[in-house]
Design a protein around this ligand. Structure first.
Ligand code: NAD
Length: 434
């Protein structure tokens, strides 16, 4: 089977690599010429465990191709996946202009049947807009062609993207024709997935499933963060509370860690977009509005603790921020808690040293020379009066704590992920969440 994937970001490139690895012939298309050139040279533009090896293998075996021209490949493939960005618009709704642009290009180039599948996260109703966009390009060309649209939202987690793609808990597919269903069944059979892993439904339900899943996960995080704040006030320990409620099988243990808030390229934008979809249909999303509010506040909690500790006078203090990516094993800093914290620290005239094993360059692209970029974790704490632990990289769990403490001017440690239970004994002033 031959397929095309438009957009070679986290979703497009990982999906392409995984499909190619099971024998599908995959053409990757991106408008970013520099990115395509890098990929052709064998350079992988994002960091994701296992990805480089798979891409090298598939390119060597001739099953993975990179190009900037959709028109060149579209009539040679059975299925075209759209995996371009859907960033938040100014008002928080999902901006699907990149998706519609691809749809228009498809309409301008297609000469035979094709199944166009949306992998990008798009609001309910977007597949119909994609269909209209393609049809209107056909009208301009005076052409009548049979094609199908389908929805196949992606659930991969950055940092575990390859693993998730190869062994998903479920695949959600929205279709409206037997031909589209058969093609996607064939493709996912090649991936070796069991039929009970693949959920076929109508397109609207599929589009909604993606948002509902992210909304549920974000709700659990904000719920626990709110409970954590109350724990602090009443003298309870949120970790004990988490263990206590998580052992109830109706609740489950996952996504119950209190911390300094959720970030990343998906949860913040998808929650905002779902609230907007609600408003567009006169359905106020009261819970999600609160989820977002709680999270925005949570991203400021560590800074407030720091300020309170130094009785409000933090100007001029040198501090270290550990972890810049929104979670471990990725270089993605979009909406990461560190970005909010760093902005607050700079605003308060602190001198900020940052360290992350992978995500230094994306951070430099945002803050430039306003930060000090440390090459290693010990160098980052030289003379600082506080360390903020934001991203729980494995590396931070294996440190010589006496070495860290001795280098610091004052051993204040603010843990945004609640993982260092031993630091009080190591002589730190240890502040955490909940
Ligand atoms: P990304 O920003 O990393 O990549 C998008 C790519 O699309 C870029 O390389 C860009 O150059 C390319 N592009 C834009 N317009 C194009 C066009 N007209 N033709 C060809 N290429 C074009 O985005 P991402 O993180 O991979 O996310 C893609 C979509 O998947 C989004 O809707 C996102 O919400 C969703 N999603 C992301 C994740 C994740 O963890 N990143 C998980 C699930 C779903």
């Amino acid at each position: 089977m031959k397929i095309a994937i438009v957009g070679t970001g986290y979703v497009g490139l990982v999906s392409a690599a995984c499909f190619a690895d099971v024998g599908v012939d995959v053409s990757c298309i991106d408008i970013d010429e520099a990115k395509i050139e890098r990929l052709k040279r064998g350079e992988i533009p994002i960091y994701e465990p296992q990805l480089k090896e798979i891409i090298e293998r598939c390119v060597a075996q001739g099953r993975l191709h990179f190009t900037t021209s959709l028109a060149e490949v579209i009539n040679d493939v059975a299925i075209t996946f759209i995996a371009v960005g859907t960033p938040p618009d100014e008002d928080g709704s999902a901006d699907i202009s990149q998706v519609l642009k691809v749809a228009r290009q498809i309409g301008e180039s297609l000469t035979q049947y094709n199944l166009i599948v949306t992998k990008s996260t798009v609001p309910v109703g977007s597949s119909q807009l994609i269909k209209q966009e393609i049809q209107s390009a056909f009208v301009e060309r005076g052409l009548k062609l049979n094609f199908d649209v389908a929805s196949n939202p992606e659930f991969l987690k950055e940092g575990k993207a390859v693993e998730d793609c190869m062994h998903p808990e479920r695949v959600i597919i929205g279709v409206e024709s037997p031909r589209a269903k058969a093609l996607l069944e064939e493709l996912y059979q090649m991936m070796g997935f069991r039929s009970e892993q693949v959920f076929f439904m109508d397109i609207q339900s599929s589009e909604m499933t993606k948002y509902a899943a992210n909304a549920m996960l974000a709700t659990r995080i904000s719920f626990m963060n709110e409970i954590a704040l109350l724990c602090e006030k009443v003298g309870a320990n949120v970790d004990d509370v988490r263990a206590g409620i998580g052992s109830d099988s109706r609740i489950g243990k996952k996504f119950l860690n209190a911390g300094c808030g959720y970030g990343g390229s998906c949860f913040p934008k998808d929650i905002k977009a779902l609230i907007k979809t609600g408003l567009a249909h006169e359905q106020e999303m009261k819970i999600l509005t609160a989820v977002e509010e709680v999270n925005s506040y949570q991203k400021t909690v560590l800074f407030h603790k720091f300020q309170d500790y130094y009785l409000g006078s933090v100007a001029g203090k040198k501090v270290a921020v550990w972890g810049l990516a929104f979670k471990p094993e990725t270089d993605d800093v979009r909406e990461s808690c560190s970005m909010t914290l760093i902005a607050q620290l700079l605003e308060a005239d602190c001198q900020v040293v940052v360290y992350d094993p992978i995500a230094i360059e994306p951070t430099r692209a945002i803050f430039g020379d306003r930060l000090i970029y440390a090459d290693d974790v010990y160098a980052s704490v030289e003379g600082v009066e506080a360390v903020f632990h934001i991203t729980e990289w494995q590396e931070f769990r294996q440190l010589d704590w006496q070495k860290v403490r001795c280098k610091m001017k004052y051993p204040l440690f603010l843990d945004g992920r609640n993982i260092f239970t031993n630091l009080f004994e190591e002589g730190f002033t240890y502040l955490r969440i909940g």
